[in-house]
Design a protein. Structure first.
Length: 293
């Protein structure tokens, strides 16, 4: 390697990007391993499993390592925010693409994220689309509820969500920014918002945002989540999260607008009432818990 190559690698923008999978489900790590590795071009592939050490977990870690990635079993379940903070801490001065364990990457999207970073972006997001295998969707799931399972609509604006979220770790580290542990999904709760809250902090600190709506990755979803019961629970916890972030009124209005503006004909007043009531219940419960503290 000549001196010019060495200089390039010493510059954060020229180092290989880190694709970090903060995982909980071993079956997803195994299922998407070969596909995701095939979408990279010199990027590092790192898997952190937020679970205790078991023989099965060690077996999957060996498979990841043999395939060219790096996987570590964290040894306990501390939540998604803790895993992401570990990645930021262990990869300072790097461009990190956080990916959920149920995301199927796309080579074009990964390349676009890499290019955005090298052009000076500090936070980057792509479109998250549902897998075609799940179509048609059940009657109680319109695009007004897509955010509850981590999908963007096919057209229009997007936001940066944690399932595929690029972060300049050096920018975050120099400003002391981390993911909020209290908003992290852990165990049976469906708390959320640690990703968008973190992105907001980055932007408030001066981070340059780059949205890539024309580049998409597939966000697989366990069919068990495509039930009315799960989606209502998720809407309830969305309300809890808005209360936790001190955004009760704004958050509730945002949720209701999402349900109301879905373009599909099946987005009936019934869905608006169902999900709106669940979110409002979550907001109310969250506010009550705050008052008790």
């Amino acid at each position: 390697m000549d001196k010019r190559d060495t200089a390039d690698l010493s510059t954060p923008g020229r180092r290989p990007m880190v694709v970090a999978v903060c995982a909980f489900r071993l079956e997803n790590v195994r299922r998407h391993l070969r596909h995701n590795l095939g979408q990279l071009n010199g990027d590092e592939y790192v898997v952190l499993l937020d679970r205790p050490v078991t023989p099965e977990a060690e077996k999957v870690a060996a498979q990841v390592n043999e395939a060219g990635g790096t996987m570590r079993v964290l040894g306990s379940t501390r939540g998604l925010s803790a895993s992401r903070n570990t990645v930021l801490r262990e990869h300072p001065g790097r461009h990190v693409l956080f990916v959920d364990d149920d995301v199927r990457l796309d080579a074009g999207a990964v390349a676009a994220v890499r290019t955005a970073f090298r052009a000076g972006a500090h936070v980057v997001g792509t479109r998250l689309r549902p897998p075609r295998e799940l179509l048609p969707l059940p009657w109680f799931l319109s695009s007004g509820q897509f955010h509850l399972v981590g999908w963007h609509r096919d057209r229009g604006d997007i936001k940066i969500w944690g399932a595929c979220m690029g972060v300049d770790s050096d920018f975050a580290h120099r400003r002391g920014l981390t993911f909020d542990l209290d908003l992290s999904r852990t165990g049976g709760n469906l708390q959320s918002g640690e990703d968008t809250s973190f992105i907001s902090l980055m932007k408030e600190a001066g981070a340059r945002e780059c949205l890539l709506p024309d580049h998409a990755v597939v966000h697989d979803v366990d069919p068990g989540r495509l039930t009315l019961r799960y989606l209502l629970r998720r809407a309830y916890w969305q309300g809890r999260s808005e209360a936790r972030r001190h955004q009760s009124v704004v958050g509730l209005r945002k949720e209701l607008t999402r349900h109301r503006t879905a373009p599909e004909s099946r987005c009936t007043p019934l869905l608006f009432c169902l999900y709106g009531a669940a979110t409002a219940a979550g907001v109310g419960h969250g506010l009550l818990l705050r008052l008790r503290k």
